[in-house]
Design a protein around this ligand. Structure first.
Ligand code: ATP
Ligand code: MG
Length: 139
C-alpha cells in the first residue's frame, strides 16, 4: 500500500448555506467522490454542451458525514478507526507520521482534527491512543 493516504470528508451544510439555498453537490460512492456541475445539469439548452455533468475523484477513504441518520454516515469514531489507528500503529513501529487537514476555510478541518467536547476529533483521540486503542501501541 502507498505510504501516503488521502481521505475526503463531506460535511453538512451550515445553517447559513441552507438558508441561502445551498445544495450538496458531492456524492460518495465507495472510494469515489462525485461532484455534480449544477450549471450544466440545469441548462435547458444543454444540447451541444460538452462539459461534464459529473466528475469523479478517487481517494483512499471517502467519508459522508452529512446526516447521522444515514447508514453510510461517517462519525468521528469511524474517521479515527481508519486514520487514527494507522497513525498509532505506524508510530509504534517507529515510523515518522504526519497527519494534516487541507481544505478551504469552513470546510471542516478543525472539526475533523480537533472536534468539539461533544464530538471529539482525531488529535485528542490519537493522544489518548493507549486508552482508545491499546492494541495499536502494544504492537
Ligand atoms: N463533519 C462535520 N459534521 C458536522 N459539522 C461539521 C463537520 N465538519 C465541519 N462542521 C461544522 O462546519 C463549520 C466549519 O468547520 P471548521 O471550523 O472545522 O472548518 P475549518 O476548515 O477548520 O475552517 P477554517 O479554515 O476557517 O479554520 C463548523 O461550525 C463545524 O462545526
Ligand atoms: Mg479551522
Amino acid at each position: 500500500m502507498a505510504n501516503v493516504r488521502v481521505a475526503v470528508r463531506v460535511r453538512p451544510l451550515s445553517q447559513r448555506e441552507t438558508k441561502e439555498g445551498g445544495r450538496i453537490i458531492v456524492e460518495i460512492d465507495g472510494k469515489v467522490a462525485k461532484i455534480r456541475n449544477l450549471k450544466v445539469d440545469s441548462r435547458s439548452d444543454g444540447f451541444g454542451d460538452t462539459r461534464e455533468k459529473v466528475v469523479a475523484f478517487g481517494f483512499d477513504y471517502c467519508y459522508w458525514s452529512v446526516n447521522p441518520e444515514d447508514p453510510q454516515y461517517a462519525s468521528q469514531d469511524v474517521v479515527f478507526q481508519d486514520l487514527g489507528t494507522e497513525v498509532l500503529n505506524g508510530a509504534a513501529k517507529g515510523y515518522n507520521i504526519c497527519l494534516f487537514a487541507y481544505g478551504q476555510t469552513g470546510s471542516g478541518k478543525t472539526y475533523t482534527m480537533l472536534g468539539t467536547p461533544a464530538s471529539v476529533g482525531l488529535t485528542p483521540r490519537i493522544c489518548e491512543g493507549e486508552r482508545m486503542c491499546p492494541a495499536a501501541i502494544l504492537l
